[in-house]
Design a protein. Structure first.
Length: 215
């Protein structure tokens, strides 16, 4: 994970590109709704934010395992256990998504309004979403990395979207409850399910990645 953080710092233009994508998408959304005479309704506001974060996650994950050379993967194989590699990748991708979500949400609320009534629950949904997207896409990116030259990015999107749909539905539900200011009990079951899914996906990645690593 420290290696990825140092590499990201050396290649700040790549991180800047992801931030530019998030900022540009938010600004285009603002222009689209301003032509219609105001801020979007709360359900559209919430859904649009998660769509932006989803495609930012796909772009961030595509820069990890899916773009690493065979020589670099062989080097990892000789110096680290595969379980340590996949856990480090999940943590790194989760931190990267949080780094994209925080300024993105700030700009989003400045341009498109702030309908959130329960910020602690909404922030919790973003944190759980970052971990869920990172853990799911890390394993999928490992599979996509075996697709050969030029096919990893496409395979990442094809395999990643069906895996993420159930997670996104839960995240949209929890965050919509936060927008409406509903009590904690309304979101408790969905939050517990999200936490359980994070543990399950993390465990599956931990168990299966060594076999993928050796292929």
């Amino acid at each position: 994970m420290l290696k990825d953080l140092r590499l990201e710092w050396r290649q700040r233009s790549a991180l800047g590109g992801l931030l530019l994508y998030v900022g540009g998408t938010v600004y285009v959304s603002y222009l689209s709704f301003s032509f219609r005479g105001g801020a979007p309704p709360a359900p559209a506001w919430n859904a649009l934010f998660w769509v932006i974060l989803l495609f930012a996650a796909l772009g961030a994950a595509g820069r990890g395992l899916a773009q690493e050379s065979a020589g670099l993967r062989l080097y990892y194989y000789t110096v680290a256990r595969p379980e340590a590699v996949v856990l480090a990748k999940i943590i790194y991708n989760a931190l990267l998504l949080l780094a994209l979500a925080a300024p993105g949400l700030l700009l989003y609320t400045l341009l498109l309004g702030n309908p959130v009534q329960d910020w602690p629950t909404y922030a919790l949904s973003i944190g759980l979403g970052a971990v869920s997207l990172a853990s799911s896409l890390t394993l999928v990116a490992g599979i996509a990395a075996r697709a050969g030259q030029g096919g990893g990015g496409t395979l990442l999107a094809v395999l990643g979207l069906p895996v993420l749909v159930p997670v996104l539905l839960l995240l949209v539900k929890v965050s919509k409850n936060a927008l409406d200011g509903l009590p904690w009990e309304a979101s408790q079951s969905s939050i517990i399910t999200l936490v359980a899914l994070n543990f399950i996906v993390g465990a599956v990645s931990y168990l299966l990645f060594p076999f993928l690593w050796r292929s």
